[in-house]
Design a protein around this ligand. Structure first.
Ligand SMILES: Cc1ncc(COP(=O)(O)O)c(C=O)c1O
Length: 415
């Protein structure tokens, strides 16, 4: 099936409606993507019937719920190119996945051990490790970034040593849009005996992955950015890595046996899923990934690249050499995620977002996008971001560009 945006849009009830917002040009999918109708149907099918908890009850609704939940796990494994569905742990989101790892893997780390992050990480991949550092004395180091917001891999060898126990990096930046060159990092990190975790929150929405080829040990992503519901996400880990780790949280259904003195734990994935998991959301996530995999992925990626280039070329034209607009991240024509962050001389990102929303019906994100260290590194307080999903049309980009022109006239301080 050829990619056709008009057909894709038909899958999203919110795109078909005029709705409370009038015509809306939604360019904030990196924060939260919309959900196709099949996902809403799958979740209401579960909650609207005789719903039941999973892996507990011995009755038909419980067995059906368990089957649907485990089918969703299988679907996630397929999307990730993972052969073993037990390597898939359902979490509450990417942040939750990283925190689970920080508690679990972190429990074996000691003062003198090191964790390597980068300057362009989302706060989700900084704060949990800083908290671990406060608990254990582990040193957190940061790989620098270059002017285009890519990881500076010339500094990699100097940042790695036998003290490095984990390299935890974004797979694609939510601000600069740079995509990480994983192969070299994984190779060097493994040579030092370190594990590698990728934060795939921004990469996972743009097509199925091949984790075996990526050669990483852990991968996290969020459901709500891959056309799934909120409140869910995934922590994937290699069986050999996960089996060596203690659970992060204790509670029901993750145990073999509980005695008053001590408890023993289940194998993976259940030892990492204490308590009632996000059953409905996991079912929705599995359906979302199945839906994405049924699309023409190459066509979708070409569509998104075309729209991204249209945004960048449009901003360059509007700037007209005045340097009032600064596009962050890789230059036009270079590989990037389908999102564009920019600054406008003299205009605050929140004001830009307000004007874009109120006068042009364009939904953007403004601020530091939970990546304050990157903005600090660039010497700016914040930026404005337009981010795309497969339901966006060229007309969304055109509305964005005429809104930017309006903002330049209204807000931009002449230089
Ligand atoms: C790169 C990146 N990592 C992590 C997260 C956090 O994801 P979640 O909100 O699912 O915890 C985000 C969310 O914007 C992100 O963009």
């Amino acid at each position: 099936m050829m990619f056709d945006v008009e057909q894709v849009v038909q899958n999203f009830s919110m795109c078909r409606q005029k709705g409370a917002y009038g015509p809306l040009h939604y360019l904030d999918s990196a924060a939260m993507a919309q959900v196709p109708d099949s996902v809403i149907d799958a979740m209401s099918g579960h909650d609207g019937g005789w719903r039941a908890n999973v892996r507990r009850g011995i009755h038909r609704p419980a067995e059906d719920a368990t089957q649907a939940y485990e089918d969703a796990r299988l679907q996630v494994a397929r999307y990730l190119g993972a052969k073993d569905p037990d390597e898939v742990i359902f979490t509450a989101g990417a942040t939750a996945g990283i925190n689970i790892l920080a508690w679990s893997l972190g429990s074996s780390l000691r003062k003198g051990d090191e964790i390597l992050l980068s300057v362009l990480e989302h706060h989700s991949n900084i704060v949990p490790w800083q908290m671990l550092s406060e608990r254990t004395g582990v040193l957190v180091r940061y790989l620098p970034v270059d002017e285009e917001g890519r990881l500076d891999l010339t500094a990699l060898d100097a940042c790695l040593s036998e003290r490095t126990k984990l390299v935890a990096l974004t797979h694609g930046s939510n601000v600069s849009a740079a995509i990480t060159d994983v192969a070299l990092i994984a190779q060097r990190a493994h040579e030092c005996g370190a594990r590698v975790m990728l934060d795939g929150a921004q990469m996972a929405p743009h097509g199925p992955l091949d984790l075996a080829a990526l050669d990483v040990d852990f991968y996290v992503f969020s459901s709500h950015k891959v056309y799934g519901p909120t409140g869910a996400g995934v922590l994937w880990g290699r069986r050999g890595c996960l089996e060596g780790l203690p659970p992060a949280f204790g509670g029901g259904e993750m145990i073999m046996e509980v005695n008053l003195e001590k408890s023993s734990y289940m194998g993976i994935p259940h030892r990492f899923e204490a308590g009632t998991p996000p059953v409905t959301q996991a079912i929705g996530l599995g359906t979302a990934l199945d839906w994405v995999m049924r699309q023409d992925i190459d066509g979708m990626q070409r569509h998104l690249t075309g729209l991204t280039d249209r945004i960048m070329a449009g901003l360059i034209t509007l700037d007209n050499g005045s340097n009032r607009i600064r596009i962050l991240g890789p230059a036009l024509g270079e590989e990037r995620l389908p999102l564009v962050s920019f600054t406008m001389e003299g205009a605050h990102p929140h004001d830009i977002c307000q004007v874009m929303s109120d006068r042009h019906g364009v939904a953007l994100r403004g601020g530091h996008h939970c990546a304050q260290p990157l903005h600090t590194y660039w010497g700016i307080h914040g930026s404005t971001r337009a981010s795309l999903a497969m339901y966006n049309r060229p007309s969304d980009v055109d509305a964005f560009l005429s809104g930017v022109e309006d903002c330049m006239n209204l807000l931009c301080r002449a230089v």
